[in-house]
Design a protein around this ligand. Structure first.
Ligand code: ZN
Length: 372
């Protein structure tokens, strides 16, 4: 039996569900912290678990270049290496190849590129991406797609989407089914709803354990992103999980959950944590700001993380001013705790049929403006 998903409750289009995987069950909607290079930066595995995280993401592009998929496999796979027995999703590597790699050549079979680390040549095809993710021991494998650039004309978006759909079918063929493991297809089509709809239909015919929406949050703006989700999500198979890739802020997550999305990943809480920006129930704070220097209050009084329960704001401010590594560690811990608390609150609201009111209340709390 491959990875599956059970639909437990609905409130409008928002859904509560449970993912069943070889590495344990996960309630959805779920937020996945990003563990780019085999680590959620600045966090031990125990610390990540303490935030309430159940599912994490690894980046195929970074891991294939360093330490390399073969070496990860020899070290026991990502789960063993990272001390993360829970489920792990890996991306296909495509997004980083298209966004980070400077020199790259795309052809109908794949993409050839140079490593950003040492300039060495590499090639990613649908089959190679699936094989690498298998060696990494990803619980959830993502199909290789071309991330359509933004902005793109309708013709460019169509050509790109059609290539991604041919690659999706090849990924399906290459994927080795194992109990509790799964392969997700990725919807593309830029900002063109008819292309998105065709892509959704094609993916549904191929058949995947889950369906991602890719190529959003790339500069099109939140209103466009949400309107695309409104059009495309209802066309994805209802009994499978839906994953919005690379999104987003707490506000984006509320908007997408309200439109039926079940899974999210984003670097925001971890990256913000390393740069002194804290996501809290009162909004976003920049702890480098001088107004926190003598502030003896907890960062977020309702938060149970160590940054909030054991230290005053003034100490967190000091850590960043003094460039102590504990600053990024504590603030990453806090931001991930905030995101996981947000997801838990939102799941409870769906079960109790009060999602819309809950979203309004939480949003109303975000009164603080981040001042750089
Ligand atoms: Zn906290």
């Amino acid at each position: 039996m491959t990875l599956s998903w059970t639909h437990l409750a609905s409130d409008g289009a928002a859904r509560l569900g449970r993912l069943h995987t070889a590495h344990g069950d996960v309630e959805t909607p779920v937020f996945m912290p990003v563990g780019t290079a085999g680590t959620v930066k600045a966090m031990t595995a125990d610390a990540v678990r303490a935030t309430g995280t159940k599912l994490i993401l690894g980046n195929t592009y970074h891991l294939m270049l360093r330490p390399g998929a073969e070496r990860v496999a020899r070290l026991g796979g990502l789960h063993r290496m990272m001390d993360w027995p829970g489920p792990i999703l890996t991306d296909s590597g495509g997004f980083q190849v298209f966004s980070l790699a400077g020199l790259r050549t795309l052809d109908k079979d794949g993409v050839t590129f140079r490593s950003h680390i040492d300039g060495s040549p590499h090639r990613l095809t649908p089959e190679a991406s699936i094989d690498i993710q298998h060696k990494l021991d990803a619980t959830i494998t993502m199909a290789l797609d071309e991330c359509t650039p933004f902005p793109a004309t309708e013709d460019e978006a169509r050509t790109s989407m059609e290539l991604s759909m041919r690659w999706a079918a090849r990924c399906r063929d290459a994927f080795v089914a194992r109990p509790g493991y799964g392969l997700f297809g990725i919807n593309q089509g830029g900002v063109f709803l008819d292309l998105r709809a065709r892509s959704a239909d094609t993916l549904g015919k191929i058949g995947f354990e889950g369906y991602a929406v890719g190529g959003l949050a790339v500069g099109e703006g939140q209103a466009t992103m949400l309107s695309i989700l409104e059009g495309v999500v209802p066309r994805l198979p209802e009994e499978k999980p839906r994953y919005l890739m690379g999104v987003g802020t707490p506000d984006d997550i509320f908007g997408a959950v309200a439109r039926g999305v079940d899974m999210f990943d984003c670097v925001i809480p971890t990256r913000a944590g390393r740069t002194a920006r804290a996501y809290t129930r009162a909004g976003v704070f920049n702890l480098r700001n001088a107004r926190f220097a003598a502030d003896d209050r907890p960062l977020d009084p309702a938060c149970l993380c160590p940054a909030c329960t054991r230290h005053p704001r003034g100490y967190l401010h000091h850590l960043f001013k003094a460039e102590e590594m504990l600053g990024p560690m504590l603030l990453t811990w806090h931001n991930l705790t905030y995101y996981q608390d947000l997801m838990r609150g939102l799941r409870a609201a769906i079960v109790e049929g009060r999602f819309a009111g809950h979203a309004t209340t939480v949003r109303a709390g975000w009164t603080a403006q981040e001042d750089a």
